[in-house]
Design a protein. Sequence first.
Length: 135
Amino acid sequence: SVAQQGLTTHLRSQFQARTIHYAVFRRGTPKPLMSSGKLSRRTAEQIHTLLRVVFNMKTHRTGLARKSIGNGNWLVMSIGDQALTMVTFSLQPSSLQTARVRDLHEDFETANERALRTGKSSERFVYPQRSLLED
C-alpha cells in the first residue's frame, strides 16, 4: 500500500507547497496591513514589481491570480473590492490551496468591510490569513 505510516508524511513534506510569506493590503495602499513570513531579496523585489503593476491598474478588477516567480516559488493573489491578499508558496500550490487563499481573503473582507470602507485603523481587524502559516 502506498499510504504507509510515515511514507505519506514524507511525500507531503517533500512535494506539498508550503506558505512561506503572506501580506494583506488595503486596495491602493502599498504598505501592508499585515504580513508574516520571510522572503529572499530577489523574491521580494519581484513581488514588489508585481504589486506596483496591480496598484497602478486603471480599471478596478477583482479575482484570483497565480504566477510562478522563480526558484520554484509561486505567488497567489486574491483581489477583492477593498483589499488584496498575496501569498508566496514554496512550490506550485494545489487548486485547494489556491481556493483557500481566496476563501480566507473573502472572510477578511467580510469581517472588516465597514472598517475597510471607512479607512479606519487596521489594529482591530480580523486576519484569517494568519492560519496560512500555522499549518
